[in-house]
Each structure stands twice: as C-alpha cells, then as structure tokens.
Design a protein around this ligand. Structure first.
Ligand code: CU
Length: 125
C-alpha cells in the first residue's frame, strides 16, 4: 500500500502536464504580436501564386485575393475565412485572422481543389 500514494501523485502530475501541453499546442491560444502580414495571391491556370505563405506566429494575416484567372474562383481557409465567389478580374480582401499554426487554403469551386488550387499558410517562429 505504501507505493499507491506516490503512483497516484505521479499520475496526477502526468495528467496536468498533458493538459498544459494540450493548451499551448492548440491554435487559438497563440499570443498575438499585434503585427499584420499582408500578401497578395493571384491565380495562374489552376494554381494560386504564391501557393505557400509564410507568416510569423502571432501575426494577423490579410490576403488580397486577385482573381487573375479566366473563370470564377474563391479562396477558403480551414479556419472558416472565405473570399466568397470572385469573378475574373475582381479582387477580395480576406481577413484570415491571427496565425498560430499551419493553415490550409483552397478553391471550393467545382473540382478546382483536386486540380491543384491549394495553398498553405506556414506559421514560422
Ligand atoms: Cu478555382
């Protein structure tokens, strides 16, 4: 019986550590820097240009999406930010929010995503 108490204490400590780790690694809890990264994304064929956007962790990302393609496109992000449908030649400013982790973006029109219309926001330390 003398072993039982220390083991229980260790278990409680391990559980607490897991909780703390879970909190710091999940997206929204990132400390905002108060700075903004602004990027313009255009369309070439069925790809976004650029298709990788590097953002310092904690910066707010604002994407100016210019549909330089020949058909309607949009730009949606995995966190729910969305340009809506953008006609060729039109532009939309998308407030993506504070970036705490890598984030995927894609075009939800037709099968454009499968054809390659994807981009990645890379959170850099
Ligand atoms: Cu598209």
């Amino acid at each position: 019986m003398s072993l039982r108490k220390p083991l229980t204490t260790l278990g409680a400590i391990a559980a607490t550590l897991l909780l703390l780790t879970g909190c710091t690694s999940s997206g929204p809890a990132v400390d905002a820097t108060g700075e903004t990264t602004e990027v313009t994304v255009t369309v070439s064929g069925m790809t976004y240009v650029p298709d990788v956007i590097e953002v310092p962790v904690g910066n707010e990302l604002i994407v100016t999406f210019e549909n330089t393609g020949t058909v309607v496109h949009d730009l949606k992000f995995a966190n729910g930010a969305d340009s809506g449908d953008i006609a060729p030649g039109k532009t939309s400013v998308v407030e993506v929010g504070v970036i705490g982790a890598n984030l995927d973006g894609w075009c939800s029109v037709g099968n454009h995503r499968a054809m390659g219309m994807e981009l990645t926001v890379v959170a850099v330390e």
